[in-house]
Design a protein around this ligand. Structure first.
Ligand code: ZN
Length: 264
């Protein structure tokens, strides 16, 4: 890939290139970067849109689902005409229409124990926009084991949370939450509802974290902190998170293999 920008690219990205600590150098880093977005849904939609608009070189999109009517209130990659289509195909079309500079790679499959290592090895940063705890723990454990930086996020009703993990250096998702909650305690979008714009806010923060990681602001990422967002009260809080010396992901005692992994 060329290490310079075309006149058209300079114009397209001019408003971020003129940001002094982003610059042309940051833009070239964006061109060289590969980001995997897990889930083309509520979080993945805004994250992928902003990453594509910002000129990330390659964007992987993994989701096994088709577009349903009840998705459209928040999953802004998709529109009414896309009902029944694979979300990754619908997503690829919208993102390519926005910016054909970006290579969009669709994976119409479930992320699972068998494909996650190979997938992760192809990308520099992972945006986890999944909607279930099994996936979130799988993403965390494999990312930590393989040293892949990622952004975690979760949303429900009026609330969101997000945290970035740099394996080996910062606290991970399992340092904080230890293990998936019992099924009876789980709230998810399907059962509990979600106000769509909450996903927009949190997914945009995930895109920003990916961009900061790529451009070179590793010291200023949302690490060792969980950001919580209460949209109804309109309050953001950050909770400090410490690396847990007994964390099975961080100390390598978690075995990320199973015959029962159904993800995204
Ligand atoms: Zn950990």
């Amino acid at each position: 890939m060329s290490l310079s920008l075309t006149t058209e690219q300079i114009e397209r990205y001019s408003r971020q290139i003129m940001v002094p600590d982003f610059g042309g150098k940051g833009q070239i880093r964006m061109r060289q970067a590969r980001v995997l977005v897990i889930g083309a849904g509520g979080l993945g939609s805004p994250a992928a849109y902003y990453l594509a608009a910002a000129g990330v070189g390659t964007l992987g999109l993994i989701d096994a689902d088709q577009v349903e009517l009840s998705n459209l209130q928040r999953q802004i990659l998709h529109s009414t005409a896309d009902l029944g289509r694979a979300k990754v195909e619908s997503g690829k079309e919208k993102l390519t229409r926005l910016n054909s500079d970006v290579e969009i790679i669709p994976y119409p499959v479930r992320l699972d124990y068998d494909n996650i290592d190979e997938l992760f090895s192809k990308y520099h940063f992972i945006v986890d926009g999944s909607d279930n705890f099994d996936t979130k723990f799988l993403v965390n454990d494999v990312a930590v084991r393989t040293g892949k930086a990622f952004s975690h996020a979760g949303i429900v009703r009026w609330q969101g949370q997000t945290m970035t993990v740099i394996p080996g250096r910062t606290a991970c998702y399992r340092c904080l939450f230890k293990k998936p909650p019992p099924p009876a305690e789980i709230l998810n979008c399907q059962q509990s509802g979600i106000v769509g714009a909450v996903a927009g806010t949190i997914g945009s923060i995930q895109a920003i974290e990916a961009i900061k990681y790529i451009v070179g602001f590793e010291e200023e990422l949302l690490t060792d902190r969980l950001l919580t967002y209460d949209a109804r009260a309109m309050k953001f809080h950050t909770v400090n998170v410490k690396k847990d010396p007994d964390c099975g992901a961080c100390n390598g005692t978690i075995v990320t293999e199973s015959d029962d992994s159904r993800i995204v």
